[in-house]
Design a protein around this ligand. Structure first.
Ligand SMILES: [Zn+2]
Length: 307
């Protein structure tokens, strides 16, 4: 598969059957598993559109969409695939309004599609970061972003997770590899706790000079600080420019495309940006395929709106 734009994607996925077969290939790679009990003895029913589990205690019927982000949705797979392609190939993301216009679904449907796609893009079992890891924090929210760094710094120093209704996001980036994000919204969890949670103790950690990071040298092979307040940005290998570059993409997307993101959904937006960043070396069609392989896991509409 080597499509280069949305038209070629639609030309390739020209029917629901083609989409379903592709999904089966990506999900099972020829070894169909019962979506309910994991049994590998299954047989085809309904002309191959669905399967039935051969285990006599289970004996359930299922299709390839059971247990995936597509489950129980009335949206056809072609539309899902187009939405996934648009999200994964647009550097700054796609808004529900754009998706509504481009794919002809309602904005509410588009919003739901986007959140499920973000859930799909979230790394389910991420490995600890190691080697050289840059850590930085930022505040996401309307007014705060324009404030001077000294004001933001005072907020960090007070170790508050919400300041002026803005939410703290920490990004941890293994240099030349990948980034992880952590929305700081739990009282009692410190920045140091967060770094320990995501970074292997063998790593060298680079941060800014925030006092909240003091003492990291006790847990990691090395902890070096860049003192931005004294206009220091690079000292040999010691810098946080890569993680700052990630934040600038994240912020351009959130402020430019989404305008506003509620703290409740912020982690999912960050996951979306991290997923694109972490696959930045591969082509759009490869990123699409990788995402489809990861279709398991779903999010119910009621969970999303908090009911
Ligand atoms: Zn079964």
């Amino acid at each position: 598969m080597n499509f280069k734009n949305l038209k070629q994607l639609f030309d390739h996925f020209n029917s629901e059957d083609v989409c379903r077969q592709y999904l089966e290939q990506q999900r099972w790679n020829g070894n169909v598993e019962c979506a309910h009990c994991g049994c590998t003895k299954v047989y085809k029913i309904e002309g191959g559109k669905r399967y039935k589990c051969a285990d006599k205690f289970c004996a359930k019927k299922f299709s390839v969409t059971v247990g995936t982000i597509y489950e129980n949705s009335k949206i056809d797979l072609r539309t899902w695939f187009a939405a996934i392609y648009l999200v994964t190939s647009s550097k700054k993301g796609v808004s529900s309004l754009q998706l509504h216009r481009q794919l002809g679904v309602t904005q509410k449907t588009a919003w739901f599609l986007l959140h499920r796609i973000r859930e799909m893009l979230r790394e389910k079992a991420p490995a600890m970061l190691s080697n050289m890891v840059e850590v930085d924090e930022t505040y996401i929210g309307g007014k705060y972003k324009n404030k001077h760094k000294s004001v933001r710094r005072a907020a960090h120093e007070s170790n508050a997770s919400h300041v002026d209704n803005k939410t703290c996001v920490v990004a941890l980036l293994e240099r030349n590899n990948k980034v992880k994000t952590h929305v700081h919204n739990k009282a009692g969890v410190t920045l140091k706790d967060m770094v320990k949670q995501h970074v292997d103790s063998s790593a060298r950690v680079f941060t800014d000079s925030l006092t909240a990071y003091k003492g990291l040298d006790k847990h990691f092979a090395d902890h070096q600080v860049v003192n931005h307040y004294e206009e220091e940005y690079v000292r040999g290998e010691v810098y946080t420019n890569s993680v700052e570059g990630f934040f600038s993409i994240l912020k351009r997307g959130i402020y430019g495309i989404y305008h506003q993101v509620s703290p409740k959904h912020l982690q999912r937006y960050c996951d979306e940006f991290a997923a694109r960043y972490n696959t930045r070396q591969i082509f759009d069609n490869e990123r699409f395929e990788l995402s489809i392989k990861n279709s398991e896991g779903r999010l119910k509409y009621n969970e999303l709106i908090g009911k």
